[in-house]
Structure formats: C-alpha cells, structure tokens
Design a protein around this ligand. Structure first.
Ligand code: 5RP
Length: 234
C-alpha cells in the first residue's frame, strides 16, 4: 500500500466511525478512495453493522456485492441518509471536481438523493482554486462534436480562453459511461468562478451533466499518510 493509499484508507475509516450508523441507507461512491471505504464498510457489515447501500457505478456495485454488502436500487428507496464519495479536487469552499473515474452522473444523482454528503480524500486533493484537474463533462453520443463546439464557445465567452477539450478514451475507443454516454475533459487549468460555470454548463443541449459539485458536500474527511484523519464541516 502506498502512502497515498494509507491516507485514503484513514479518511474512509474516520468517516465510517464518525457518520455511519446502524440502519442507514448509504450512497456508495466510486473511485479508489471510495472503494477503500467500501472494503472497510464490508468489514463492519461482517461484524454485524446493518446498512443498505446504493452504488454510484457498476464498478462499486460489483465490489459491494462481492464483499457481501446489501444493495438497493435508488428507485426503490426513499431519501438516502448519507452518501460517502471522493473528489478529484476540492477547494476551501468544499466545491469539487469529480468524474475522474467517469461516474459523475450517478455520483451526482445519488449525492442529491441524500440528506448528507460527506467527501473523503487524501490531502493531495485539496487545492486553492479548482481546474488543474481536467473538468469532465458527460455528453450524449448523438452530435457530440457539435456539443464540444458549444462547450468551447461557452468557455471562451466565460473568459476562460481557448480551452483544450479531449475525449476520454478506454484503450483505442471512446470511453462509454455506465449510462451509455461519452466524457469530454476540459483542460481549464483554473476556474475563477466555480458556481457561475456550474450554473451554465447544463444549458448546452447534449450535455447530460458536468463534474462540478457545488454546495453538495456537508463535510470533508481528510486522510494523511501517517494514518491520521481529520473532519472538517463545510
Ligand atoms: C469517479 C470519481 C472519483 O470519486 C474521483 O475520481 C476520485 O477518485 P480517487 O478516489 O480514485 O482519487 O469522481 O467518477
């Protein structure tokens, strides 16, 4: 296990101890940090913890099932108690870029279906300004080249210049998300006004969702390579 993995595990265990209680309906995030959390959760389930999970990706669904965590379909449950998921970047206001694992659509739907969202991360994910991590935008395959053109114009109109937009690939093919869409990655470098950009991206026809999570996280749990973790309210 790397130092960064130790920090990710520490964040997940601290979140488990601080927020997860018997009887909860839990949104289960995607990505490596969340998968460490799911493994820790499974240990508690084997010890008797009674929770039901709602996964944010087919990968998390498969992992949770393999580890014996009971799952439910989001359509069959009322509001979730809590979602635990990780960011690619997070700023001081708790705004995040997510979607590095191409799961941003289900992640946002599940987070929004939850009374609380707690984000877990290693301390390398904290930034002063979002944007060094390319912003994922999920688009429908139909007319995606046209959608990419609209995106480029939106960035230029927002004063962000000529932004490089790349296709997310899996091997030699365009990556297809769990919902059958493509991902365009916008290399913005810096996002001066995150709420403003988040507010306009979904207006482009063909854009299904974007990876800016603004006002969604209620707390962050930050893990460190020495195995410690701290909790910060947002
Ligand atoms: C997947 C995500 C992940 O939560 C995000 O990429 C963080 O991943 P990791 O914990 O592996 O750094 O948004 O779509």
């Amino acid at each position: 296990m790397t130092q960064q993995d130790r920090a990710k595990v520490a964040a997940g265990v601290r979140a488990l101890d601080t927020y997860v209680r018997d009887g909860m309906l839990l949104g289960l995030g995607s990505g490596t940090t969340s998968h460490w959390f799911v493994r820790s959760l499974a240990e508690r389930v084997r010890e008797g913890l009674d929770v039901v999970g709602v996964p944010t990706s087919t990968a998390t669904r498969d992992l949770a099932l393999e580890l014996g965590i009971r799952l439910a379909d989001l359509n069959d449950v009322p509001e979730l108690d809590l979602t635990i998921d990780g960011p690619d970047e997070i700023d001081g206001a708790g705004s995040m870029i997510k979607g590095g694992g191409a799961c941003l659509l289900w992640e946002k739907v599940v987070a929004r279906a939850s009374r609380r969202m707690v984000t877990i991360l290693d301390d390398t994910k904290i930034v002063s300004t979002l944007g060094a991590f390319p912003l994922p935008v999920e688009v429908i395959p139909f007319g995606w080249v046209s959608t990419r053109g609209h995106l480029a114009r939106l960035f230029a109109d927002a004063g962000l210049g000529q932004v490089e937009i790349t296709n997310r690939m899996r091997g030699n093919e365009l990556l297809v998300t769990d919902s059958g869409h493509y991902i365009l990655d916008a290399h913005l470098e810096t996002i001066p006004d995150v709420p403003a950009l988040a507010g306009v991206l979904n207006d482009i026809p063909g854009v299904v969702e974007h990876g800016l999570f603004v006002g969604i996280a209620d707390a962050m749990v930050v893990g460190h390579p020495d195995g410690s973790a701290d909790v910060r309210s947002l």
